[in-house]
Ligand binder design. Structure first.
Ligand SMILES: [Zn+2]
Length: 306
């Protein structure tokens, strides 16, 4: 399995506090780095976490409220000054519109191409927006005051060949095994060999980020079976038309069969003790679901990882 690193860079909501910066999540899969949201101050959070901004290739904005995108102009300016040359990909609902508004003011020309992709917020379906060799990223519109999306990174399932089993079938490491891995079955020496005869399947991991949303079926759908759901919890208990409470986020995670829930995007009205109390209450209520409250510059371990 490729290394999969998830780091919460900011766990605050619309007004930051001394402890909680605006929203941003750093995800590294193998050699690729994705950023989910880029609130104000994200550059400094990246530095505090000991990470390198020029490694970022894909930036996914959940929606165009400043606590989720205001870090983008400064980050792009840095990438420009660092003479980055690889293309940069920016995704989001109405992304073309917002990038075209920001670009003439903030970064004008860049030594790298910026490829922008809109997330279809008028269609309620989940859609694949990025296909890579080992994972895909999909998006689904969610319920907020402006067009907004949730994102999921789903690793592809992998066949791991056991050479001892391959040898029993008369197969050696080489082109034939490669072909079997690709085609999942081959004819060899008068018999059919299936990949399941010589390999075991490692299911891909799935991580999901809700962005800002009131409870809605879309989040439950995109989070189905996720190993990790990072869900906003602007409030601890109160319901709202635009945001979720920690209680609501936990119920969504439970219904979606999520293994681990990380709550984030807390209103500044709550202190650490309020949040920890809620975390414990919910952990008792939803047995089997691991729940914890995000902190800034926190690496999240995935279920099953050591
Ligand atoms: Zn927000």
């Amino acid at each position: 399995m490729e290394p999969l690193q998830v780091i919460i860079l900011g766990s605050g909501s619309s007004i930051p506090t001394a402890e909680r910066n605006h929203a941003a999540i750093w995800i590294r899969h193998g050699g690729q780095v994705l950023l989910w949201d880029c609130g104000e101050g994200t550059q400094q959070q990246i530095r505090r976490a000991g990470l390198t901004p020029t490694k970022i290739d894909h930036i996914f904005i959940t929606h165009w409220h400043t606590d989720h995108f205001a870090g983008l102009p400064g980050l792009l300016q840095t990438l420009k000054l660092e003479q980055r040359s690889r293309p940069l990909f920016i995704y989001g609902p109405e992304a073309h519109h917002y990038v075209s508004l920001l670009q003439p003011i903030f970064w004008k020309e860049t030594p790298f191409n910026i490829e922008v992709q809109n997330i279809d917020h008028l269609n309620s379906q989940e859609s694949t927006i990025l296909q890579q060799e080992n994972f895909i990223v999909s998006a689904i519109p969610v319920k907020h005051s402006i067009p907004a999306a949730a994102y999921a990174l789903q690793e592809k399932n992998r066949w791991n060949i056991e050479l001892s089993l391959a040898h029993r079938q008369g197969l050696e490491a080489g082109p034939l095994l490669k072909k079997l891995k690709q085609k999942e079955s081959i004819h060899y020496q008068g018999k059919e060999i299936n990949i399941s005869d010589i390999a075991h399947l490692t299911p891909g991991r799935k991580i999901v980020y809700s962005g800002d949303t009131a409870p809605c079926p879309a989040v439950e759908k995109i989070a189905a079976g996720a190993h990790l759901l990072i869900h906003e919890a602007t409030f601890l208990k109160e319901s709202s038309e635009q945001h979720s409470s920690a209680e609501e986020a936990a119920l969504t995670a439970f219904k979606a069969g999520v293994q681990k829930l990380i709550l984030t995007h807390y209103s500044r009205r709550y202190d650490q003790q309020d949040i920890e109390n809620m975390e414990q209450t919910l952990a008792h209520k939803y047995d089997g679901l691991t729940i914890s409250a995000a902190r800034d510059i926190q690496e999240i371990s995935l279920p099953g990882s050591t």
